[in-house]
Design a protein around this ligand. Structure first.
Ligand SMILES: NC(=O)c1ccc[n+]([C@@H]2O[C@H](COP(=O)([O-])OP(=O)(O)OC[C@H]3O[C@@H](n4cnc5c(N)ncnc54)[C@H](O)[C@@H]3O)[C@@H](O)[C@H]2O)c1
Length: 316
């Protein structure tokens, strides 16, 4: 099969590229390398079944259209993936997440591509009242521009599927951890602790509860859903059945680094505007297809810290 992975040089996208190549598929990747890294594609670039196009899916949308020719499945990972700072750049999530998704759907329509997998997010649930939160939770109130832009993209995908006989798998990820991890609280904390092991500044009161999944479990879930989902539009929460507090994850990070910092909390229930104080998704639906995460939250945090210690250049 011919796959096209947008954001293929990114943290999750590059693992998807590697997994598809390992299964013998042909893979194209489009990435503007804004947050993606070429070293993530080191192995893929040696594979004759891999093609890489350094292009911007927003500003060079038209120029990207020919790359969709002959593609069986698009795996759309490109985005502004950071939920923070949305209010500092009010256009960015709309452009990079919603409009880029629409441009990709158009490129698919023009080239007769019929299947798409999309990286959505647990952030679309805003501050839900039901835990674990199922896919059909009461229609969520949006609290971040990132979540709103992803939910709008989900709607666009659904409308294209119904309008142009496409099929989709929409995955609402919890936060991912593991090798090639490049953004989020674990790297922020490790970066700080390398600079000043005697103290750690923490956003919020540290009692926020979050859920984390290992990137390999994420990749397996994405590919499994594509293989087994049967509806025209399939929406899946993708994560592990559990959560931990920010304080617990700090304990694991500090233990792995061998440091005992003073914790300095900024206070308040949320780390930033749009931060969700509690994320715990109901993952029974994807588990019903056979998905079984192999890594627990603690193992994923420790694996990530070890990766960052071994790749200190990521902290610069
Ligand atoms: N990492 C997580 O914890 C997490 C959680 C929920 C959802 N997601 C979603 O999963 C996807 C992948 O996230 P990630 O963590 O790998 O992030 P990432 O930043 O590592 O990957 C995104 C990739 O897209 C590329 N990109 C961004 N804008 C582009 C554009 N206009 N044109 C071409 N390429 C562009 C970047 O260079 C990068 O390689 C994103 O859609 C993100 O919103 C991630």
């Amino acid at each position: 099969m011919q796959y096209l992975v947008t954001g293929g040089a990114g943290f999750i996208g590059s693992h998807i590229v590697d997994a598809l190549l390992a299964k013998g598929h042909s893979v194209r990747a489009i990435d503007n390398l804004s947050t993606g890294l070429e070293p993530n594609l080191k192995a893929a670039l040696k594979n004759p079944k891999f093609e890489f196009f350094k292009k911007d899916l927003y500003s060079e949308g038209e120029a990207c259209i020919p790359h969709f020719k002959g593609v069986d499945v698009v795996i759309h990972m490109a985005a502004n993936a950071d939920v923070r700072f949305g209010t500092d750049h009010p256009r960015r999530d709309l452009e990079q997440n919603t409009i880029v998704t629409w441009q990709i759907l158009e490129a698919m329509r023009l080239n007769g591509v019929k299947q798409i997998a999309f990286a959505s997010t647990g952030s679309i649930y805003g501050e839900p009242e039901v835990f674990p939160t199922p896919e059909n939770a009461p229609f969520p109130t949006q609290t971040s521009l990132y979540g709103a832009s992803k939910l709008a993209a989900e709607g666009m995908i659904s409308a294209y599927c119904h309008g142009f006989e496409m099929r989709s798998c929409i995955y609402r990820f919890v936060s991912c951890l593991g090798p090639r991890y490049s953004h989020g609280h674990v790297i922020d904390f490790v970066r700080q602790l390398k600079k000043h092991p005697e103290y750690l500044d923490v956003l919020g009161d540290g009692n926020q509860r979050k859920s984390y999944m290992h990137v390999m479990d994420c990749v397996n879930g994405v590919l499994l859903g594509l293989e087994r989902a049967t509806e025209r539009v399939n929406v899946f929460n993708l994560g592990v059945d559990g959560s931990c507090t920010v304080r617990e994850s700090i304990g694991w990070i500090c233990e792995t680094l061998g440091v005992k910092p003073e914790l300095r909390f900024t206070g308040g229930k949320r780390g930033w505007i749009g931060d969700s104080p509690m994320i715990h998704l109901d993952v029974k639906k994807i588990e019903g297809l056979g998905h079984r995460p192999e890594h627990g939250i603690l193992a994923s945090v420790v694996d990530t810290v070890k990766f960052l210690i071994a790749n200190e250049w990521m902290l610069e």
